[in-house]
Design a binder for this molecule. Structure first.
Ligand code: DUC
Ligand code: ZN
Ligand code: ZN
Ligand code: ZN
Length: 473
């Protein structure tokens, strides 16, 4: 027949439109979006459901040996299984360059981790921890040309931090290559100072993680990154923005006409620093340790303000999963001695869409079209996957999530497909849930059942981002 699959009778939502239409798929691509299509080998009845572009999560950590020691709870198999169960069809994890290592070799190592294991499509951002002349002069430009068109730099962490001179060198290299730089904005010295001060006072419980890196530390680093980017005239993406102060720095830069973009995450609209108190300041607060830390409810409002006014372009999970129990867990023996040793990061690739849909669309803060832009389309545009991914239109990959906007569910660990032994969003009630996930025309997850296979996901070489073009070129 003419089509492999017709998705019939749903409401098709893109970043621009909401229309009642059928969607026809052939050979993994969308070939028609129209009323009353016929001639499909298979049909899916989407009556009463939303048909949206599959989620694209441009901030995911898998199989990364960083952030405090223990191995991550997800490899590419469990992490991408969790992604498709949650309606996400493409992820952009990180290939991290350890200091002293070749960037190219690091990329090969991550490919080995991902090869034949991924349930969804994926690309890699690079993490630059050692910007030597040969990395900046040869390896990085070559990798950008090979489709690794974005990279992340850190302003904190012993093993990753770049000083101001190094940040400027990396920014300058990004400008020359046309790559997009993501910046982790927290100030290293301020965090070290506060950590040691808190430890001397015996304040070592996980709760003090948040106190060791307050909003001012994030605000200062955000401003510094913006100023350095302005000097070099390079666009930057400020990732995982936690609240008002850094949001206002980004807005200020945008209003000046600088190309500064913003990303925020579920933890900054669903968790607070109080969660880090656990049960009466015990170690269970460690479940919520991530960086930047979640702040307070007033910060949630600031994040929504940034989402609604376009300060933020992308809503990503920052999925960075660790076990809670055990010697590889958040509560490993060393971590019990101080918050400093609790690995930073929380799982969330499977619950990103539900949290934004419920708190955003259902509670009336954003439109359905905003939801699609924030969870899919803008990620594709920002990171060189557009067109091809991120919309429902002829010629795009048939990556689709069929969504029940009325389904009520409570987020619980037993529903999750990740490798971690807990979800930090346990007990949060949501409205809206993924019913089917389709990857390049194949049904890969349905109501929590995994139908796809590891290895079906493909590596994506990405184009240069139009957002990375310098302001005056
Ligand atoms: N930064 C991230 O992007 N993820 C987890 C921890 C961190 O510091
Ligand atoms: Zn065919
Ligand atoms: Zn980070
Ligand atoms: Zn991250």
């Amino acid at each position: 027949s003419k089509y492999d699959l017709i998705i019939r009778g749903g409401t098709v939502v893109t970043a621009a439109d909401t229309i009642r239409a059928d969607v026809a798929i052939h050979a993994g691509r969308i070939v028609a979006v129209a009323d009353r299509l016929s001639g499909g080998t298979r049909e899916i009845d989407a009556g009463g459901l939303l048909v949206m572009p599959g989620g694209i999560d441009s901030h995911v950590h898998l199989a990364q040996p960083a952030f405090g020691g223990p191995a991550m709870a997800d490899d590419f198999e469990s992490g991408t299984r969790s992604a498709i169960a949650g309606g996400t069809t493409t992820i952009l994890p990180f290939a991290l360059q350890p200091r002293g290592a070749s960037l190219r070799q690091s990329v090969l190592d991550y490919h080995k981790e991902a090869d034949g294991k991924s349930y969804c499509d994926y690309g890699f951002h690079l993490i630059i921890s050692d910007p030597t002349p040969s990395v900046l002069g040869q390896e990085l430009p070559a990798l950008v040309a090979d489709g690794y068109t974005s990279f992340k730099v850190f302003m904190t962490y012993d093993d990753l931090v770049l000083n101001d001179r190094q940040l400027l060198e990396v920014f300058d290299c990004a400008r020359d290559c046309g790559a997009l730089v993501m910046v982790h904005c927290e100030g290293y010295d301020a965090i070290r100072f506060m950590t040691e001060k808190l430890e001397r006072a015996g304040k070592t419980a996980p709760y003090y993680h948040a106190a060791s890196r307050p909003a001012s530390v994030e605000r200062e680093a955000t401003h510094r990154a913006i100023s350095h980017a302005e000097l070099v005239e390079v666009p930057i993406m400020i990732v995982h923005v936690s609240g008002r102060e850094p949001m206002e720095q980004i807005r200020w830069a945008q209003q000046k006409g600088l190309k500064v973009y913003g990303e925020t995450c579920p933890q900054y609209i669903a968790l607070t620093a109080d969660d880090l108190k656990g049960l009466n300041m015990d170690e269970s607060g460690g479940k919520y340790v991530c960086s930047p830390p979640p702040r307070d409810r007033a910060s949630w409002d600031a994040i929504w303000e940034g989402i609604r006014t376009g300060v933020f372009q992308t809503f990503s999970s920052d999925h960075c999963p660790f076990f809670y129990e055990g010697n590889q867990g958040k509560l490993n023996p060393k971590a019990r001695t101080s918050f400093r040793w609790v690995p930073n990061g929380i799982p969330g690739v499977e619950t990103r869409l539900q949290i934004l849909f419920s708190k955003g669309v259902v509670e009336g803060r954003i439109t359905l079209n905003d939801f699609v832009a924030l969870t899919s389309t803008n990620h594709a545009k920002m990171y060189g996957l557009y067109p091809g991914k991120g919309s429902i239109a002829p010629g795009f990959d048939a990556d689709i999530v069929i969504w029940d906007p009325n389904r009520k569910e409570t987020i619980r660990q037993e529903l999750m497909h990740h490798g971690a032994d807990y979800t930090p969003y346990e007990g949060i009630a949501v409205t809206g849930w993924p019913i089917m996930t389709i990857l390049r025309g194949k049904l890969v997850a349905e109501e929590g059942r995994i139908l796809g296979t590891p290895g079906r996901g493909r590596f994506l070489k990405r184009s240069l981002s139009p957002f990375a073009e310098p302001r005056h070129s």
